[in-house]
Design a protein. Structure first.
Length: 193
């Protein structure tokens, strides 16, 4: 119940910031959505459920939280990158969907905050637009690259995975669990769909 409740808070916050102008959204709000909606639901919650059923100690549950929060946020950042730069056939959804839904991602937030006035206006005109042209979408991708947002997002995701790996290696969980989570951490960064 706690996992679902936390996810609902994240979903609610995501809906609230999707209605805001991108210039009025903070990085903290975006991080909070990634924490509540993705990290706690997709990684921490399932790990905790399995660990509790296996008889985990409070210390092991805390160690899993320290690992899963970084992995969950890294997962979401990578997902947002793929949501714009991946091949639609590979990811199984439209690369326009996040833009059409006016999603405020770290990728988009950083691009907006590092862009020129002309680029800012273009981002604002495209975000939330239901009928995006290929040319507009390519211009948006160029802005994300030119402002360093793609590199920033990749670097942030990599740093989170590195931190998670350190937490895995120093945790009180079993060697088998450590190996699985280390492999999973590596997959998060390298996945293409």
């Amino acid at each position: 119940n706690k996992i679902v409740e936390t996810t609902n808070y994240g979903q609610f916050l995501d809906l609230i910031i999707s209605k805001k102008d991108i210039g009025d959204v903070s990085e903290e709000e975006i991080n909070q959505v990634m924490l509540l909606k993705t990290a706690k639901y997709t990684i921490e919650g399932p790990l905790h459920l399995g660990a509790i059923l296996a008889g985990a100690t409070d210390k092991q549950l805390q160690d899993l939280s320290n690992i899963s929060i970084q992995l969950g946020i890294a997962f979401q950042i990578q997902d947002d990158i793929l949501g714009i730069f991946a091949d639609e056939k590979e990811i199984g959804k439209s690369v326009y969907s996040d833009v059409k839904e006016n999603k405020k991602t770290l990728l988009m937030w950083h691009a907006y905050n590092k862009s020129s006035l002309q680029q800012k206006n273009l981002i604002k005109s495209i975000l939330g637009k239901k009928a995006i042209t290929l040319n507009e979408f390519e211009e948006l991708k160029d802005i994300i690259i030119d402002t360093g947002s793609l590199d920033y997002s990749k670097s942030t995701s990599q740093s989170l995975v590195t931190e998670a790996k350190n937490n895995i290696n120093t945790s009180s969980i079993s060697k088998e669990a450590k190996n699985f989570l280390l492999d999973f951490a590596e997959y998060l960064i390298k996945r293409e769909k």
